[in-house]
Write a protein that binds this ligand. Structure first.
Ligand code: ATP
Ligand code: MG
Length: 391
């Protein structure tokens, strides 16, 4: 039984949010035998007991679920309720407990409080060392009595939170093989976006393993959405031109300006509304506020930087939680690290950057790079087989 939480604040278009969540859940659980019902405050998923663990694993990857419980659904029958509660509690390790009954079916003959007391008495009698604690119970036993069915559940579990995937637009994620950008992608997905990802590679200066690492990261991210289109941009000619023509101190600044130009074009092609990346203020020379200013100056397109204000350790915590960390720390170099100059400028000047760029015809190189990109559709179904051998 799923509770929506933050979604219920979306008054005007609550139905759109709920319907999208419903479709996302259906999609994630399509391998299982389920029945899914929804109303304005809850969603119910019925499934076979044997699938419980696997279904919970999936539920824990779906944004828009704030809280859920695992409820036992039985016919509304007093003897059956009693028997089921004792059965459930036989598998639980607890000392203090409290019973809470909600009776939405007023034809049920026993008032809620009275029924809670009766069930409490039954538990005290049948389960050794159990004690009632109404203020701070170890175990809260919830009984929701409806006309036909009764739901019994114990603990509440926290869901992933956020908004349902697909309710809040479309972002283009700059995905490198590092720690920060997959975390940024995850946080953007959490806000309800769908994503395409873009990876700049400079073969032969970067390896095919570096590319595979990005594919593996995309695979991890796709667990939290439906599909990610990964665009692999051949960036070698642009990078070589930069390093041939431009003062080494400005190479990273100019390289990143080129990336932003390509991102804007791709975002417009894909009708995305924002660029998303893993820049974090102060982390490296290209991420001082002055650098970000000079780099961002090539586009008016909105750029969202979900980890801009997080410490590296905070970013790493999320990377571990979403299982991207171990992939990100694999050693293959990416196009940002291979040509790093000894002294990249930390306070670049916009006019200087523009002047340096006049030394080569970057527009045709950009168009060429976009034309020659490789596009891969990465879907969750591929999980078990297609990319197994990549790492
Ligand atoms: P990350 O850990 O994600 O690699 P970083 O700390 O290494 O980030 P930079 O290399 O300066 O930082 O890059 C900042 C951001 O620019 C990255 O988080 C990513 O969003 C984007 N970026 C950098 N290199 C690439 C690349 N080769 N392809 C796509 N995006 C990139
Ligand atoms: Mg990087």
């Amino acid at each position: 039984m799923i509770k929506y939480g933050e979604l219920s604040t979306k008054k005007g278009n609550i139905n759109f949010f709920i319907n999208t969540l419903y479709r996302n859940i259906q999609n994630k659980l399509k391998k299982f035998n389920t029945k899914i019902y929804k109303d304005i405050s809850r969603m119910y998923i019925e499934f076979d007991d044997k699938d419980l663990d696997n279904i919970l694993k999936k539920i824990n990857t779906i944004f828009g679920i704030h809280e859920y419980v695992v409820a036992y659904k039985i016919n509304t029958d007093i003897e059956l309720i009693k028997k089921t509660i004792l059965q459930i509690l036989n598998n639980e390790d607890f000392d203090t407990f409290k019973v809470e009954t909600k009776r939405s079916d007023k034809t049920f003959p026993i008032p809620s409080l009275e029924f809670s007391k009766q069930i409490g008495g039954l538990i005290l009698k049948n389960i050794d060392h159990s004690k009632v604690d109404v203020h701070n119970p170890h175990l809260l036993i919830n009984i929701e009595i409806r006309h036909e069915y009764t739901y019994i559940y114990l603990n509440h579990y926290k869901g992933l939170g956020g908004y349902p995937n697909g309710t809040l637009g479309h972002g283009m994620l700059m995905l490198s093989g590092g720690i920060d950008s997959p975390v940024s992608g995850y946080l953007a997905l959490k806000r309800g976006m769908i994503l395409d990802a873009v990876y700049f590679e400079a073969i032969p200066h970067t390896s095919i393993e570096a590319r595979n690492k990005v594919i593996a990261l995309t695979k991890k991210l796709v667990n939290y959405t439906n599909k990610i289109e990964l665009h692999i941009i051949p960036f070698t000619d642009i990078q070589e031109s930069i390093y041939k023509n431009i003062d080494p101190a400005y190479c990273i600044t100019i390289m990143r300006r080129m990336m932003y130009r390509i991102m804007e074009k791709l975002a417009k092609m894909k009708k995305a509304q924002v660029i998303v990346n893993g820049e974090s203020i102060g982390q490296v020379a290209s991420q001082t506020l002055t650098s970000m200013n000079v780099i961002n100056n090539v586009t008016n397109f909105p750029v969202i930087r979900p980890v801009a204000c997080l410490d590296k350790l905070e970013i790493i915590d999320i990377a571990k939680k979403i299982d991207t960390y171990d992939i990100s720390i694999l050693p293959y170099e990416d196009c940002c690290t291979i040509f790093v100059p000894k002294h990249p400028i930390i306070n670049p000047n916009l006019n200087d950057a523009v002047k340096f760029e006049e030394s080569f015809d970057y527009n045709s190189l950009i168009d060429e790079a976009i034309k020659n990109r490789i596009v891969m559709d990465i879907k969750e179904e591929d999980e078990d087989n297609k990319f197994k051998d990549l790492l």
